[in-house]
Design a binder for this molecule. Structure first.
Ligand code: CO
Length: 134
């Protein structure tokens, strides 16, 4: 059911340092910083030929990535995002197969303005998974 890998999100305590690593050391194309207060992150997008990397830094006191960075002070892979055609059908398939959707189980508008759900890491090989309707 899942389609393309939409992005890999990497949380970092120091976005400027992460930008320098991706733009200079790795020679990638990196977008301008975008503050997303409603999602509690500042983000840049690293555009690769076949997917994106999102570099995330906490924004504000209640950032959803703050506890991750407490456990992983140097940063690390926070989640991966797969594309789906129909978020409602995808959510049903997840729960029908015993997987847990985080929050109230309903899709929300994600950082790209599209409906997303997040799935419990313990149900997906220890990885936080985002499904995004494209
Ligand atoms: Co994401």
């Amino acid at each position: 059911m899942i389609g393309n890998l939409n992005h890999v999100a990497i949380a970092t305590p120091d976005l400027n340092q992460a930008i320098a690593i991706y733009a200079n050391t790795l020679g990638a194309s990196v977008s301008e910083r975008q503050e997303l207060p409603e999602h509690g992150v500042t983000v840049v997008f690293v555009e690769l030929p076949n997917t994106k990397i999102e570099l995330l830094e906490p924004l504000g006191k209640d950032s959803p990535i703050a506890s991750f960075l407490t456990k992983n002070p140097a940063g690390g892979i926070h989640h991966i995002c797969y594309e789906v055609d129909d978020i409602v059908a995808a959510a049903k398939q997840m729960t029908d197969n015993g997987a847990r959707i985080l929050g109230d189980g309903k899709s929300k508008i994600g950082a790209h303005g599209k409906p997303v759900i997040f799935l419990h890491p313990k149900d997906f090989c220890g990885t936080l998974v985002e499904l995004e309707q494209v």
